[in-house]
Design a protein around this ligand. Structure first.
Ligand code: HPA
Length: 262
């Protein structure tokens, strides 16, 4: 079966400029219609989806995560790479650092977060011992290393509801919980991807120190600017990851039978 790769672009990543034969498409899902672009890169089929919309018109709590992941499932995407802009919760993770996150803590409050909402009496509890695809993460790390790009191999992502930034007290609490970075969009994207049996990894770019770790107030502008500065490098890393990803995988992302109860 032909492997399809997907990229979900976060803040500052709205165009998949390296793809050839780019076509704009829409896909209808039970959760809504999703616009995306599809093209080729060195013989690989790649789908690109702008998480906040091409004009960044959707705040984190208004993104239709279920439609996005359902659409990727519909077009039979096997692997999903996403970007996430994050604030650092630790002085030793500076602005500009890339983090291949491996855990999350979910503090979102009012999002449609599951495909298994109990309709039809189906009760499904999904295992999240390894929240992100180990195969994709491992290879992403390999590519970053090969390119000599500084990055952290692991990190715990705290996902807040937003759209406001955190208070310094929250930032202190999140750091005490073991959080490394904070953002507003990775949940439920990652959890829905797992429910759908997709291999999913996210590369977080630290765009700022979280509130209270720097003396300056936070602005969306600085987040966008840092992302803009790094986006061609990230795009490059993703494309190299896609082109060189080993076919044989050892992850359990698509072993859905295991999760069913009763
Ligand atoms: N907090 C939450 N989300 C973010 C931040 C932050 O400091 N920076 C980029 N996205």
């Amino acid at each position: 079966m032909h492997t399809v790769f997907a990229i979900i672009g976060g803040t500052g990543f709205y165009q998949p400029t390296l793809l050839q034969g780019l076509q704009e498409m829409e896909i209808n899902t039970p959760y809504g219609t999703v616009p995306f672009q599809i093209g080729d890169y060195q013989g690989k089929r790649v789908v690109f989806l702008a998480r906040h919309g091409k004009e960044h018109h959707l705040p984190p709590h208004r993104i239709n995560y279920r439609a996005n992941i359902a659409a990727l499932r519909e077009i039979e995407a096997n692997y999903v790479l996403s970007t996430t802009a994050v604030g650092s919760l630790r002085q030793d993770i500076p602005r500009g650092m890339l983090v291949v996150i491996d855990q999350f803590i979910d503090l979102t409050k009012c999002r449609k977060h599951t495909f298994y909402d109990g309709t039809g009496g189906e009760v499904v509890h999904t295992d999240f011992t390894e929240p992100y695809c180990s195969h994709l993460r491992k290879h992403l790390c390999r590519v970053l290393k090969r390119k000599g790009i500084p990055f952290q191999e692991k990190g715990t992502y705290i996902c807040t509801e937003g759209p406001r930034y955190e208070t310094p007290a929250e930032v202190k609490a999140y750091a005490n919980w073991g959080g490394d970075v904070v953002g507003m969009t990775n949940v439920p994207e990652v959890t829905l991807a797992r429910e759908a049996g997709l291999c999913y990894a996210s590369l977080s770019l630290v765009t700022n120190y979280a509130a209270g770790l720097s003396s300056q107030p936070l602005t969306h502008q600085e987040v966008v600017e840092e992302m803009r500065e790094k986006i061609s490098m990230i795009r490059d890393v993703f494309m190299e990851t896609i082109v060189t990803l080993p076919e044989k995988k050892d992850c359990r992302c698509s072993f859905k039978e295991d999760y069913k109860l009763g």
